[in-house]
Design a protein around this ligand. Sequence first.
Ligand SMILES: N[C@@H](CCC(=O)N[C@@H](CS)C(=O)NCC(=O)O)C(=O)O
Length: 84
Amino acid sequence: MSEVTLYTTNSCPYCVAAKNLLKAKGVEYTEINVQTSMEQRNIMMARSGRRTVPQIFIGDHHVGGFDDMALLERKGELNALLAG
Ligand SMILES: N[C@@H](CCC(=O)N[C@@H](CS)C(=O)NCC(=O)O)C(=O)O
């Protein structure tokens, strides 16, 4: 199983939706809150090229935001990515 990393902030509905999808699938994840850490926010933007949250990585693969992950799930492609 690949490591899943989510960059999040507080009070972010898309972050909650992303975490709920992963929890529903029984997938553990590491959450990095960028609300108060400019250093981590800069790392997130450098890794993803985006400034919105969440930004989701499976291993080193940049999935994107919640919408991108939900689309992969609907297409039946998320499990294979998670399996590594
Ligand atoms: N389509 C994106 C939407 C993400 C989004 O709009 N996130 C909000 C917080 S919930 C955000 O980062 N807003 C700040 C901004 O747009 O700069 C996704 O599904 O992740």
